[in-house]
Design a protein around this ligand. Structure first.
Ligand code: ZN
Length: 185
């Protein structure tokens, strides 16, 4: 049973909740690895969920009733949110969108398939009348980025725009995460 379907595990209750997950029998190293490969319940996704929940937003997770099983579904706002790993989903121009040196054809075919699938899912969701946001994992790598990204996402959810995308460079350019400018790394 996925952990988010388990009755005791419903809802996000901050760090206490996250810590208690470690005692659940299915939370083995293997299942963590698998969830990272599938891109569900990853650390950045959990951070975004926690921050969004703290701002009063309520959502369903990975709903099978919605095409493409978006990471978050917010029916009240007619919106879905995908949290995409930059490497697997090929975030354009991102420093984490690297390509392994060996077996380039193998990787390229895999990446092309992922990008094509994401695009088809997005098109279908928009046709079905959903608003669609993509949050790239690079925008969730540090607590201050999570906060800035969540602010942006919240503003979009409350606004009327159909699509939105947030990457690390979007929040850096807006100057919200000022310290990153000084760092230069
Ligand atoms: Zn990225």
């Amino acid at each position: 049973m996925p952990w988010n379907r388990w009755p005791h595990a419903r809802g996000i209750r901050g760090h206490m909740f996250m810590d208690s997950m470690a005692t659940y029998p299915w939370n083995t190293h293997r299942s963590r690895m698998m969830s990272e490969i599938r891109g569900k319940n990853t650390k950045p996704e959990l951070a975004l969920r926690r921050a969004l929940h703290a701002r009063g937003f309520r959502f369903r997770l990975h709903s099978g009733k919605v095409h493409g099983r978006p990471d978050l579904v917010l029916p009240k706002h007619g919106a879905v949110v995908f949290v995409h790993g930059c490497f697997w989903h090929r975030h354009e121009g991102c420093r984490y969108t690297t390509t392994p040196a060996t077996r380039p054809d193998f990787w390229q075919a895999k990446f092309d398939a992922n990008v094509a699938r994401d695009s088809a899912v997005r098109t279908k969701l928009l046709e079905d009348g959903w608003r669609v946001a993509t949050v790239w994992e690079c925008a969730l790598r540090k607590p201050e980025k999570v906060s800035a990204t969540t602010d942006r996402l919240a503003a979009w959810l409350l606004g009327g725009k159909v699509g939105m995308e947030i990457g690390e460079s979007d929040i850096l350019q807006s100057g919200i995460v000022a310290t990153d400018w000084e760092c230069g790394c």
